[in-house]
Design a protein around this ligand. Structure first.
Ligand code: ADP
Ligand code: MG
Length: 700
């Protein structure tokens, strides 16, 4: 009998794969034919059209064909290596450069033909591409026009490689695998869905993603494969959601007196968005089923207040609530501001953190157990087994993503009655909706998409070190006007070999020179909790004018009177982090300013990131850019946590598809919750083969 080729056939069964090549392929994560076909091209050379060098313009994404004129390597001032290849065609010369990739040099023999793809930069009138995708033609195929096969005259796939695996060889191997697969390929998407969205079947899609005849075919194939990834993840999430459905939660009645009194006593009106999400939350808690809801809202959008109102709602009906924060500073700040709001209502609030003295901890725990304390605020670390909250009905988890996706399962506390408490997860790092559908697809979603009225805009500018004096001058003017200032550093202490400005050292200089005569304080992660509290307390009371800090102030700190922030070495921070930092200002009635102080030449990519930050204040836009720059895997640690990752899907670009998938997955499960029907069965088989090792589906 002829061996059958399936997804699971080891790649060694393909021609030209010996043990050494098989080992090399393993380094790319390729062991089976299925892995090989799932090693999608990183990009394509559109060899149906190349561009003459003379016509190149900055910013264009192009493919150029030419001959290698020179190839050389030299050391840079900073001790790195710079590899430069000049490529000529009939119209001009293109410079191709690589940093610290010396080992590439030997492939670039002058006289050889080469094709490069990349984004054009123009420096001093000369066209350049940095780290382009490239292909050097072997002398055998240098007469490439005579090779009509896979490598020229068409859209050509460009794969990620490793040593021992060449572009041409891998291309041939993928082609061979596609031929051998014939029609034995199982399609994990039911025919009804394919028909509904007019998508190609899996085999056609795989052929087209590797060897597309044109852009349209490629786009259709890509959509189909992306759909498959997102759909299967949606099914998994929906199954998780389903498995929780029907778990009884504490059923609550109508909102009562306390919530009304709190809202009426506020010096401002709730925003429409706050009202809307509160309605969603209340509806959940009155449904009789346990709530699992993600509340997203940009920095300063008023999530804490929403949490408090939700808590009061359970408290006024005789239950208890818990609010968890990711850091001590934040837990204490929440504790203080919530106590202030709750006191006039006669509600007992206590705060518990890792540094709460043992005796106080014991008395708080006793108070909670006796039901005298209605609202417990704390860090995640201390709310552990020995904490008994007999009438717990609501657990709010602030800044959940900081705890990591993995811990998510644990934060659902169980009430004394045995049922799960309602869980409200709050996130201020705006996760693009498309991504949250996948990351948090098992949670219901509420979004506060509106900031309280009357907020003043924050302007942001990049300043060089030599302009520092002007920045300090502007800060002093704010102080004189009665406002407060944050100065942020990337590190606490200076370390050898790293010339980053450090908070502790700069603090001395700022206090003695720049802000002499004003009160300056230092806040960083290594201070004892008590000291942190003292510092934060005096800053929020306005006794300290300048707070010199590291990213401890990143999350949640709320001092509306602070109107200026200076961030040193902004290139050291990601966009999401910068956004969190800047969110500490612009919270009050006065206009705010943020200065990004750069003391070095920034790499192009860093500079672009920082400029993007200057131009955007919308957290969702920033998060999307962050995701675009770093990709979903890296930014959110999704893969690390053992959940299925995205190979092709980019939840940003594919937001529309993500929606479709979610609806389709829901529909399928509504009509066939156990995946037993003909369509369901196909999906179940597909899920098991794709994700069985991650999340085995229980039978039946
Ligand atoms: P988040 O946690 O979403 O970053 P906060 O809950 O800390 O935001 O709220 C930021 C500030 O806005 C707080 O000082 C809060 O009292 C205030 N605030 C909340 N809701 C409103 C509103 N509707 N109108 C005006 N200010 C509000
Ligand atoms: Mg907050």
């Amino acid at each position: 009998m002829k061996p059958e080729f399936s997804q699971d056939t080891p790649v060694q069964f393909l021609k030209s794969v010996g043990p050494a090549r098989a080992r090399a392929l393993t380094r790319l994560g390729i062991d089976t034919v299925g892995d090989l076909l799932g090693h999608y091209p990183r990009r394509y050379f559109d060899r149906s059209s190349t561009v003459p060098i003379r016509s190149l313009r900055a910013g264009q994404d192009v493919t150029v064909r030419g001959e290698i004129l020179t190839a050389s390597e030299r050391r840079t001032r900073t001790g790195g290596s710079l590899l430069t290849v000049t490529l000529g065609d009939d119209t001009g010369v293109l410079f191709c450069v690589w940093f610290n990739q010396k080992f590439l040099l030997k492939q670039f023999k002058s006289g050889r033909k080469m094709m490069v793809s990349g984004t054009v930069q123009v420096h001093g009138g000369r066209a350049q591409v940095a780290h382009p995708d490239y292909e050097v033609f072997e002398p055998v195929t240098s007469n490439e026009d005579a090779d009509p096969g896979l490598h020229t005259g068409r859209m050509v796939p460009v794969y990620g490689l490793t040593s021992g695996v060449g572009q041409h060889w891998l291309r041939g191997l993928v082609h061979q695998a596609l031929e051998k697969m014939s029609d034995l390929h199982v399609d994990p998407l039911p025919a009804e869905l394919l028909a509904k969205h007019r998508m190609p079947d899996r085999r056609r899609a795989l052929e087209a993603i590797h060897f597309p005849t044109d852009k349209e075919e490629l786009a259709a194939a890509r959509d189909r494969l992306v759909y498959e990834e997102l759909f299967t993840i949606q099914i998994l999430m929906a199954l998780r959601r389903e498995s929780r459905r029907g778990m009884d939660g504490v059923q609550l009645g109508r909102p009562g007196d306390l919530t009304t009194r709190l809202v009426e006593g506020l010096p401002f009106q709730l925003t429409d968005a706050q009202r809307r999400v509160l309605r969603e939350i209340l509806a959940d808690m009155r449904s009789g089923q346990a709530m699992h809801r993600l509340l997203q809202g940009d920095v300063g959008s008023g999530k804490t207040l929403v949490a408090l109102i939700a808590a009061l709602f359970v408290i006024e009906q005789g239950h208890q609530a818990l609010i968890m924060a990711p850091t001590e500073v934040l837990a204490r700040q929440h504790g203080q501001s919530l106590s202030r709001l709750c006191e006039p209502l006669g509600i007992g609030v206590e705060t518990l953190t890792g540094s709460t003295p043992a005796a106080i901890r014991r008395s708080i725990l006793a108070g909670v157990a006796a039901g005298e304390i209605d609202l417990l605020v704390g860090t995640h670390a201390v709310i552990q087994e020995d904490v008994r909250i007999p009438r717990l009905a609501l657990a709010v988890v602030d800044e959940q993503h900081r705890f990591g996706v993995r811990q998510r399962g644990k934060s659902g506390s169980v009430t004394e009655a045995g049922g799960p408490a309602h869980v409200l997860v709050m996130s201020a790092t705006p996760i693009p909706r498309s991504l949250s559908l996948t990351l948090y697809g098992d949670l219901e979603l509420s979004i506060i998409d509106e900031l309280p009225a009357g907020r003043q805009p924050i302007t942001t500018s990049i300043v060089r070190e030599k302009e520092e004096a002007a920045v300090w001058e502007a800060c002093r003017r704010e102080i004189v006007a009665g406002r407060q200032v944050y100065v942020i550093y990337p590190v606490i202490e200076e370390t050898e070999g790293q010339d980053l400005k450090a908070a502790t050292v700069e603090f001395e200089r700022l206090r003695a020179e720049v802000f002499s005569g004003h009160s300056v304080a230092l806040l960083h992660g290594r201070l004892k909790a008590g000291e942190k509290d003292k510092v934060m307390g005096s800053f929020s009371r306005g006794e300290v004018q300048v707070l010199v800090a590291t990213t401890v102030v990143e999350v949640g700190v709320d001092v509306p009177n602070a109107t200026a922030m200076v961030i040193h070495n902004p290139e050291r921070f990601g966009l999401a982090q910068l956004h969190q930092l800047r969110g500490r200002i612009g919270r009050g009635r006065h206009a705010s300013h943020c200065w990004l102080l750069c003391d070095r030449y920034l790499a192009e990519e860093s500079f672009q990131r920082i400029r993007f930050f200057c131009e955007h204040t919308d957290g969702f836009a920033l998060a999307e850019e962050d995701l675009r720059l770093r990709g979903p895997g890296d930014a959110w640690g999704f893969r690390q946590h053992g959940a299925p990752g995205f190979r092709l899907a980019n939840p940003l670009r594919d937001a529309k598809l993500a929606h479709l998938c979610r609806d389709d997955a829901r529909q399928l499960l509504e009509s066939d919750p156990l995946l037993k029907g003909s369509a369901g069965n196909i999906v179940r088989l597909g899920l098991n083969s794709a994700f069985g090792k991650f999340m085995p589906l229980q039978a039946g």
